[in-house]
Write a protein that binds this ligand. Structure first.
Ligand code: GDP
Ligand code: MG
Length: 373
C-alpha cells in the first residue's frame, strides 16, 4: 500500500481520470491526477461510486481506505520564501522602497541585467542569504482584486508611512486590508532623512489604530529608515525573515505546480506571456497547465533576471510562454499535464468569464463556475 492518487483511484474503479478531476472541480477544487487523496476524499468517492466497487472491482470502501495517505504530509513540506506586498499612502515611498530592495545584494557584475519587470522579484537578505519574494505591484487595488478572486498571494504586508506625513487615508486602508486578510504587518517608517521626520508621531497615530510598536509593548515590528538613502533596508529584510519564521511558511515542492497569475500580455513575437507566482509544487518546462480561461504547454520559463530556467519551486515568480491566450491577473493556474483535462477546464472557465463579462461582473471564482461542468 501507499499513497493513492486520483489517477490510481480512477484506475481502480475503471473510470477516466477526467471524471474524478471533474467530480472535485464541481466542488470548487482544482486537483490534478497526481493529487494524493486523503481519507475523507476516498470515503466520499467510495460512496459516490459504491456500485462500481462491488460490481466491477470488488474493492470495498474499507480496503480502499488502507491505501490512503494524507495530502502534504508534514515531511513533504519544506520552508519557502515569504511573499511580501508593500502598501501605504501615495508618495510615502512604496516604489522607491521596492526599487531599493531590488538592488540590495546585487553584485556589480549583475548590474544592468538585474531585473525585468515581471510583476514580482526575489531579493536576498544580506545577512541570512535567504530569499524574499516581493510583489512588484504596490497598490491596494491589485491586492483586493486578487483576494476577491480567491488568490491569496501575500504572506506579509510592509506598511510604508512617511515620517514627515504620518497616518493618511490610504495608510488606514492598508491596515484594514491586512486585518481582513489576516496578514501580519511590518511598519517601515520612511523618509527618516528629512529634517521634519517625526517617528514618534507616526507610532502614536498608528497606536490609535491598533498597530502598536514592540518598543511600546505591542507586537508589530517597526523599522525606521529611508528608501532613498538606503537606510534600514537590511533591518527590514531581516525582520521580514523573522516574521516569516514565526509564520512557519511551508510548501510541498514535490507535486505539480499551482499558483496565481500576476500579470499577462500579448507579445508580438512570443505570443501570450504571463508572469506567474508558483505557490505549491514545482513548475517545469513542457508542463501542461490551465490558467483561468486558457491553457497550454510551457515552452519557456524565465526568472526575474530574464534567465531561462527549466524549473521553479514554491514562492518563485517566473515568466512563462506557451499559453494559448492571455490570462488575467488573479487567475489561478494549475499544472495538469493532461491536454484533454486542461482544455476541458479552460474552456469551461472561459465560458464563465465571458458570461460574467456580459453581465458586468469581473469576479470569477471556482465556486461560481462549478455548475458549468
Ligand atoms: P509611492 O507613491 O508610495 O510609490 O512613493 P514614491 O516611491 O514614488 O516616492 C514619492 C516621493 O518621495 C518621490 O519623490 C521619492 O523620491 C520620495 N522619497 C521616497 N523615499 C524617500 C526617502 O526615504 N527620503 C526622501 N527624502 N524622499 C523619499
Ligand atoms: Mg508608486
Amino acid at each position: 500500500t501507499g499513497p493513492l492518487t486520483i489517477a490510481e483511484f480512477a484506475n481502480k474503479i475503471n473510470k477516466p481520470v477526467t471524471e474524478i478531476v471533474k467530480y472535485f472541480f464541481k466542488k470548487g477544487m482544482m486537483l490534478n491526477q497526481n493529487f494524493i487523496l486523503n481519507e475523507d476524499q476516498i470515503g466520499e468517492l467510495a460512496l459516490e461510486y459504491g456500485y462500481d466497487f462491488k460490481k466491477e472491482n470488488s474493492v470495498t470502501k474499507e480496503n480502499l481506505l488502507e491505501t490512503f495517505e494524507v495530502e502534504d504530509t508534514p515531511e513533504s513540506l519544506v520552508e519557502r520564501a515569504p511573499i511580501v506586498t508593500i502598501m501605504g499612502h501615495v508618495d510615502h515611498g512604496k516604489t522607491t522602497l521596492l526599487d531599493a530592495l531590488r538592488h540590495t545584494n546585487v553584485t556589480k557584475g549583475e548590474a544592468g541585467g538585474i531585473t525585468q519587470a515581471i510583476g514580482a522579484y526575489q531579493a536576498i537578505a544580506p545577512r541570512s542569504k535567504k530569499k524574499i519574494t516581493f510583489i512588484d505591484t504596490p497598490g491596494h487595488e491589485a491586492f483586493t482584486e486578487m483576494r476577491s478572486r480567491g488568490a491569496n498571494a501575500t504572506d506579509i504586508i510592509i506598511l510604508v508611512v512617511a515620517a514627515d506625513d504620518g497616518v493618511m487615508p490610504q495608510t488606514e486602508e492598508a491596515i484594514d486590508h491586512a486585518k481582513n486578510a489576516g496578514v501580519p504587518i511590518i511598519v517601515f517608517i520612511n523618509k527618516m532623512d528629512k529634517p521634519d521626520a517625526n517617528p514618534d508621531r507616526v507610532k502614536s497615530e498608528l497606536m490609535e489604530r491598533g498597530i502598536v510598536t514592540e518598543e511600546w509593548g505591542g507586537d508589530i515590528p517597526f523599522i525606521e529608515g529611508s528608501a532613498r538613502e538606503n537606510i534600514g533596508l537590511d533591518d527590514l529584510l531581516d525582520t521580514i525573515l523573522l516574521v516569516a519564521e514565526v509564520e512557519d511558511l511551508k510548501a510541498n515542492p514535490n507535486k505539480f505546480a499551482s499558483g496565481v497569475v500576476i500579470e499577462a500580455h500579448l507579445d508580438k513575437a512570443r505570443g501570450p506571456v504571463a508572469s506567474i507566482l508558483v505557490q505549491q509544487g514545482t513548475l517545469r518546462l513542457r508542463d501542461i497547465l490551465v490558467a483561468g480561461g486558457t491553457h497550454g504547454t510551457i515552452r519557456d520559463i524565465r526568472d526575474d533576471k530574464n534567465k531561462a530556467i527549466t524549473q521553479a519551486g514554491p514562492s518563485t515568480p517566473v515568466q512563462i510562454v506557451g499559453l494559448n491566450e492571455v490570462p488575467q491577473p488573479g487567475d489561478k493556474f494549475l499544472v495538469l499535464n493532461d491536454e484533454k483535462i486542461a482544455r476541458d477546464i479552460a474552456e469551461a472557465q472561459a465560458q464563465k468569464i465571458a458570461r460574467d463579462a456580459m453581465q458586468g461582473s469581473k469576479i470569477v471564482t471556482l465556486d461560481s463556475i462549478k455548475s458549468q461542468i
